[in-house]
Design a protein around this ligand. Structure first.
Ligand SMILES: Cc1ncc(COP(=O)(O)O)c(C=O)c1O
Length: 379
């Protein structure tokens, strides 16, 4: 009975143009991926500063893994609360200007662990309708009542706040949206926060490291809690949550995904410390990233494409799911790797090509990409 259900579901995914199969990648070299014996230009990576293949980071991380054990071998609450992890968390809290920081094995787990624990039945969470799937899951698990507001609409957010006059509401959003690529209206959000006094949680997964002063992101001063991941601009893996005082203690006591999961090893925390120093001196990378992303957006617009995005995530509107998949496939034939984002990642009928820029891309790469899209889109 189960097998038949799974078969039928997969079949309807295929018919709707929504079928997913992760392509096997033979390797990664800077901005290139190795595929089927070919080297293709990668526009689908969140390695925004190109750190994940940098010699310096690879050397530091391998030295850390030589120095420390390969696993923490338990959760933080059992025997995994190593000094170097606490030292790294202290450094992250100080660097980003929060009272506390807490590491998680991934950003997904961080959102799940934080939201499902900080909120409960009887609470109200108001959320931007385009927040990441992990935040949605965390919110659902919490048991709180939740209400969406239209993407980045401060007018709609105000209506939600006004309607409930909810004193104790929490608002969830992102600072750089993962699919649309646009910035949160920070000023409008901050004004509403001052007016209504809500508790704010801002996911800065795509901004930390890549945007703001020394990579400090965009939400400083308006976020009560901020979520960052090491898996994107930091070129590593794992995640960190920045918190007001006392919440770390609270999560240690009540967050099931934290209590019942093996913590990241000491070598990870030591690498996170090295990274903090590296991120601070990546101003050139952040400048390149901003400039090359602008060139890509402007170039695509000049060719008549509809694109959105304020920074290094650029959404090229395609619309129909099968067409988006076909364009992505055609581009792979031109040695360009870029993936379609389709339902349920984005709304049905609003498929996009999600173009991820990195500081390693050059003007020639941008021209090559635009020529490729022009050719394939028209076919
Ligand atoms: C906005 C956002 N939050 C959280 C995550 C999850 O982070 P991680 O990949 O570290 O699990 C992602 C991406 O994957 C994301 O785009």
């Amino acid at each position: 009975m189960f097998a038949e259900r799974y078969r039928n579901r997969l079949l309807s995914q295929k018919q709707a143009g929504l079928y997913r199969l992760p392509p096997e990648v033979a390797g990664k070299e800077g901005k290139h991926l190795l595929f089927d014996g070919r080297k293709v230009l990668n526009f689908a990576s969140n390695d925004y500063l190109g750190l994940s293949t940098s010699d310096e980071l690879r050397r530091l991380v391998s030295e850390n893994f030589r120095r420390y054990s390969t696993s923490s071998s338990s959760s933080r609450l059992v025997s995994g609360n190593y000094a170097v992890i606490n030292q790294a968390e202290r450094a992250y809290a100080d660097f980003f200007g929060y009272e506390e920081a807490l590491f998680f094995p991934s950003g997904y787990q961080a959102n799940l662990g934080v939201l499902s624990t900080l909120f409960e039945k009887g609470d109200t969470i108001i959320f931007d309708k385009h927040i990441h799937a992990s935040s949605v899951k965390g919110m659902v698990l919490s048991g709180a009542e939740f209400q969406g507001y239209n993407h980045n609409s401060m007018v709609h957010l105000r209506k939600r706040l006004e309607k409930g006059r909810v004193g104790g509401a929490a608002v969830l959003t992102e600072s750089l949206f993962s699919m649309d690529g646009d910035f949160l209206d920070i000023r409008g959000f901050g004004d509403l926060k001052r007016e209504y006094g809500f508790f704010s949680i801002i996911d800065e997964a795509h901004a930390f490291g890549a945007l703001g002063d020394k990579g400090r992101g965009l939400g400083g001063g308006v976020a009560d809690v901020a979520v960052g991941t090491f898996g994107k601009a930091f070129g590593l893996f794992g995640a960190f949550v920045l918190l007001p005082g006392a919440l770390k203690e609270y999560l240690f006591n009540f967050s099931s995904p934290l209590i019942y999961s093996t913590t990241l090893p000491e070598a990870h925390a030591a690498s996170a410390l090295d990274l903090l120093e590296m991120i601070g001196r990546c101003d050139d990378g952040r400048d390149n990233l901003r400039e090359i992303s602008r060139l890509m957006r402007d170039g695509l617009r000049r060719e008549g494409f509809h694109v959105s995005g304020d920074a290094h995530i650029i959404a090229l509107t395609i619309g129909e799911e099968n067409k988006a998949a076909a364009v992505s496939k055609g581009l792979l034939g031109e040695d360009i790797f870029v993936l379609p984002a389709r339902y349920p990642t984005v709304p049905m009928g609003k498929a996009i090509l999600r173009i991820s820029m990195t500081a390693l891309h050059t003007e020639e790469d941008v021209s090559y990409f635009i020529d490729g899209v022009k050719k394939i889109y028209g076919e």
